[in-house]
Design a protein around this ligand. Structure first.
Ligand SMILES: Cc1cc2nc3c(=O)[nH]c(=O)nc-3n(C[C@H](O)[C@H](O)[C@H](O)COP(=O)(O)O)c2cc1C
Length: 316
């Protein structure tokens, strides 16, 4: 949200990953379509995706079908959906011959999405930046449990910011990983340089969960807005409206992303920030990640004779 624009999504596509543009970030349908057209052009025919996040507040979902139709008209063939009852979205997407990955925080929701036609699922643990849901299981527990039942491909997300973790997720049985936080320090992210330079200094512990009591937890950078929200919660605030401007994403967009003031706004970010050590182009980050993933795979391969021997010994 706010950051996943044409330049960033195209940079991911050009570096060999799949990025998702977020329609909510744009001021109206025309601006969204223009961004998509720009993204398609910058990506030079490589696949790009669109994220369709359904809000808990129904009035914020009025454009969901229009977002899908515009993306289809502009040639997008991959969607990530988030939120309850995605069946009607799947029908619309499939009717155009496109594919959909449904993202959820609960294993049972991932299984339900598979049942109603998702082509793939993305499962995030409680470490995920943004809205990780109310499930408190970490990605490696949820992921391993889900893989016992899922038949469609699964991308695992939440807390992944290092190549060794990518190899570990693949070893677990995942088909891909989903990453948000680690890429916040990409050069192609339009957020203010002061913010990105602040992020590369942050340890994994700099992330916290705000609004837990409201039932819609938000994993963010620990800052003054988080503190202000905690004070309101201490005085009984629970409903979204009771937090006023503090709980809106626009506060962080206008103060932090636009001006570099990281003390203000709920700024989506998870503990994977602990792996972000430099502001670099997307491609450099992905090369480092995949080089480390390859090292981990080589290490595991070297161990395969030993693990086979141990397995045989125990079988006897
Ligand atoms: C700045 C930021 C904004 C995000 N906005 C959205 C969003 O609008 N819709 C969505 O489905 N997920 C959103 N997410 C969640 C990511 O898509 C992804 O699930 C998450 O970042 C994975 O966990 P990680 O942050 O530990 O890598 C956001 C994450 C971040 C860091």
């Amino acid at each position: 949200m706010w950051l996943s624009d044409a330049r960033y999504v195209a940079a991911l596509a050009n570096a060999g990953a799949l990025g998702f543009l977020t329609p909510r970030s744009f001021d109206g349908l025309d601006a969204y379509r223009a961004a998509l057209q720009n993204c398609v052009r910058l990506a030079g025919g490589r696949p790009i995706g669109v994220n369709i996040t359904q809000s808990r507040r129904a009035k914020e979902n009025a454009s969901v079908h229009a977002w899908i139709d515009i993306a289809l008209e502009e040639g997008v063939r991959c969607f990530e959906t988030v939120g309850p009852s995605p069946d009607s979205l799947f029908t619309r997407i499939h009717a155009a011959g496109a594919k959909v990955i449904h993202k959820s925080a609960f294993v049972e929701h991932a299984l339900k999405a598979e049942q109603v036609g998702a082509d793939a699922v993305a499962l995030v643990g409680c470490e995920a930046g943004g809205h990780p849901g109310t499930n408190e299981l970490p990605s490696f527990v949820s992921g391993a449990l889900a893989l016992r039942h899922l038949k469609v491909p699964m991308a695992l997300g939440g807390g992944i910011g290092d190549g060794h973790q990518i190899a570990a997720a693949l070893a677990l049985g995942a088909d891909a990983v989903l990453m948000g936080t680690r890429l916040l320090v990409s050069e192609e992210i339009w957020a203010h340089d002061d913010y990105k330079r602040h992020l590369v200094r942050q340890p994994a512990e700099a992330s916290t969960v705000a609004l837990r009591a409201s039932g819609n937890p938000w994993r963010v950078l620990n800052n003054e807005t988080v503190h202000d929200i905690e004070q309101l919660e201490k005085h009984g605030a629970r409903q979204y409206a009771e937090f006023g401007a503090l709980a809106t994403g626009r506060l962080g967009r206008d103060h932090c992303y636009a001006r570099g003031d990281w003390s203000t706004g709920l700024l989506s970010m998870g503990p994977a920030i602990g792996f972000a050590d430099a502001v670099e182009p997307v491609e450099s980050i992905l090369i480092r990640l995949m080089t480390d993933a390859q090292k981990a795979v080589t290490r595991l391969s070297a161990m395969s004779a030993a693990t086979a021997e141990i397995a045989t010994t125990f079988r006897q």
